[in-house]
Design a protein around this ligand. Structure first.
Ligand SMILES: Cc1cc2nc3c(=O)[nH]c(=O)nc-3n(C[C@H](O)[C@H](O)[C@H](O)COP(=O)(O)O)c2cc1C
Length: 355
């Protein structure tokens, strides 16, 4: 790990928010392109169809630094329609994984970040209120230079004592608030808890369909990307794509894979209720992101659909970017590896064979 991470896991979320980004992201200046962008992402020209997915770019300063460093499709972190507190520190820990991570393993976590890097992240999707993030997201979106485009991510929240109808309404309100910022692409996180059940929203196919149709009604022609988790079952994935694939403009996969996270003494590593299990990302989930990219590409062809595929999971170098492109991803993104390697976009620009 040769660089200082731009989000510092040793610090609290608020400390990162107020003082970050760190390392090379702390002092960037706008790139001055000398050529024309050759690629397109959802109708927008981009130099490299590569970016940072929802999460690590926690406010506009982080998004601007990512743009300066050549991440041409940065996603502004997932926001909510109202303020929502972050889980207590720590929010990021290194995890030891032998080989590929399949769902529901038990892993040991510590603070030693070493290659091949996999981490668990546990924030609870915190958010400031729209009075903060709307102007901040608007400014970050406007900062994108030629050949770059900012994506705004959001998710719905079940209001206290709310019904399923009010949960849906919150998604629609979130979509409206994000659209008002002027971002050119909107992403909705469906790999979030399906409020009122024990599962993720993207595994509830009918509710996912209702959510994306209601959002699309609200945002009209602004492209809508959905963020989804790894689906084990091929038939269920096909059913999901049949139900939502015509409504959405892009599918981004994957989010994290859930595991039980213990410290070196065998105790729960992340303090507090509901945090024994936590999402794992980085190198150990690359197999699952790649598999989803190729399964989505096959289904898109078989079903005659047009949605763009955003390949996410364990991308740490140009070779991995190329593997995702060959699997069928229109764009590729990296969260974990990019946090520790601010030069990753530059490296991909210089070394990819698939551009
Ligand atoms: C620090 C951090 C925060 C994240 N927060 C979110 C989030 O708010 N919304 C979301 O959809 N995904 C979130 N993710 C998941 C990433 O977008 C991505 O799907 C996952 O990390 C897999 O990519 P990777 O292996 O390159 O890290 C987060 C990931 C990290 C590392």
């Amino acid at each position: 790990m040769s660089y200082v991470p731009f989000y510092d896991p040793a610090k609290s979320y608020l400390d990162n928010f107020e003082h970050g980004p760190f390392g090379l992201f702390a002092d960037t200046s706008p790139a001055s392109p000398t050529s024309e962008p050759k690629h397109q992402f959802l109708g927008h020209p981009v130099f490299v169809p590569f970016g940072i997915p929802a999460g690590p770019l926690i406010n506009g300063r982080f998004v601007k630094a990512a743009l300066d460093m050549g991440f041409d499709i940065p996603v502004y972190k997932t926001v909510r329609t109202h303020r929502f507190e972050c889980h207590p520190w720590p929010n990021v820990l290194a995890v030891k994984v032998e080989g590929d991570l399949v769902p529901d393993r038990t892993l040991i976590a510590n603070h030693n970040y070493a290659e091949p890097l996999s981490i668990t992240n546990s924030f609870g999707v915190p958010s400031f209120g729209p009075e903060f993030w709307q102007p901040d997201m608007a400014e970050a979106a406007a900062y994108a230079g030629p050949g770059q485009v900012v994506v705004g991510s959001f998710q719905g929240t079940l209001p206290e004592n709310g019904s399923v109808a009010s949960y849906l309404e919150d998604f629609v309100l979130g979509a409206r608030l994000v659209k008002e910022t002027g971002v050119k692409i909107i992403e909705v996180n469906l790999s979030c808890p399906n409020e009122g059940t024990a599962n993720l929203l993207c595994f509830d196919i009918q509710r996912s369909r209702r959510v994306v149709e209601a959002i699309k009604d609200e945002i009209g022609s602004v492209p809508l990307v959905i963020k989804m988790a790894y689906y084990k079952d091929d038939h269920r994935l096909e059913e999901f794509v049949r139900e939502v694939g015509k409504t959405v403009d892009g599918i981004s996969a994957i989010n994290t894979i859930s595991a039980e996270i213990l410290d070196e003494d065998g105790k729960q590593a992340l303090p507090g209720a509901g945090r024994l299990r936590s999402g794992v990302c980085g190198s150990a989930v690359k197999w699952a992101g790649l598999a989803m990219a190729s399964r989505l590409a096959r289904l898109r062809g078989e079903l005659g659909m047009k949605f763009a595929i955003v390949g996410v999971g364990g991308v740490g170098n140009a070779a991995a970017f190329d593997e995702y492109r060959r699997a069928g991803a229109d764009a590729v993104m990296s969260a974990t590896a990019a946090m520790w390697n601010p030069r990753l976009a530059e490296e991909i620009k210089g070394q990819s064979h698939e551009l």
